[in-house]
Design a protein around this ligand. Structure first.
Ligand SMILES: CC(C)(COP(=O)(O)OP(=O)(O)OC[C@H]1O[C@@H](n2cnc3c(N)ncnc32)[C@H](O)[C@@H]1OP(=O)(O)O)[C@@H](O)C(=O)NCCC(=O)NCCS
Length: 194
């Protein structure tokens, strides 16, 4: 079954209580492993195939056989997605943030697009920018070139990175928000089930 040309299947998995209790390198390893399980599930749902997860010297995932991939891990949830086009995924836990962080994530013209709760909007901006920076393989060094240019609704916004427009889809899960960027048309989220 191949939907891969236009459809995308990001998968989010919960981290077990035992893995959440790990620390340091053991925890990083467990989260990375679980994120790759989410990625493989995304591959199955998409009809795509990955048998390795190579990264370059800057830790940017390298596509394998034309399949791009992106991972994200937080201490209680992880996500993964495979795609035939460049893709980026990010997940954050919603928590109170101070004014300095609000100013770091976006400038005044971007904040003017927001009508409503700035704390909630902060995590949309943050995850959207992280997702785009992953898709372009830049990491945080590209932050100043990544801008929010339109907010359509609670789940869709558009960013630019230099001259390129990146549509971003958001998915709300209780105290978390996930963002995905891609040029695919349809996104089908698989939420975590405990
Ligand atoms: C490295 C970065 C790409 C993502 O960091 P993060 O949000 O801490 O981490 P996530 O768990 O969401 O993602 C980690 C995965 O991203 C991938 N990744 C790492 N560097 C990457 C890069 N430069 N480009 C694309 N993907 C990258 C890796 O696959 C990694 O997983 P792995 O180590 O298991 O292979 C980068 O955006 C960063 O340094 N963020 C710091 C946080 C910050 O200041 N954010 C401000 C947002 S406005």
């Amino acid at each position: 079954m191949t939907h891969a040309s236009t459809q995308l299947f990001p998968v989010i998995l919960p981290v077990s209580d035992a893995d959440q209790r790990l620390h340091g390198r053991d925890k990083v390893k467990a989260l990375s492993r679980l994120a790759r399980t989410a990625l493989m599930t995304s591959c199955e749902k998409s009809g795509l195939y990955l048998d390795a997860f190579p990264k370059n010297e800057k830790r940017v995932p390298i596509p394998v056989g034309g399949v791009y991939w992106s991972l994200t891990h937080k201490s209680d949830m992880v996500g993964g997605v495979a795609s035939l086009l460049p893709v980026g995924m990010d997940l954050e836990t919603i928590r109170p943030v101070n004014d300095a962080l609000l100013a770091k994530v976006a400038d005044d013209s971007e904040w003017q697009l927001v009508d409503g709760d700035r704390q909630r909007a902060f995590f949309r901006f943050w995850t959207a920018k992280e997702a785009v920076l992953k898709a372009v393989g830049k990491g945080m060094v590209g932050l100043s070139r990544c801008r929010v240019v339109a907010i359509a609704d609670d789940a869709r916004m558009t960013l630019t990175y230099e001259e390129t427009r990146w549509p971003v889809a958001h998915f709300w899960l209780g105290g978390h928000v996930a963002a995905l960027t891609t040029h695919h048309l349809d996104v089908f989220w698989t939420p975590p089930r405990r």
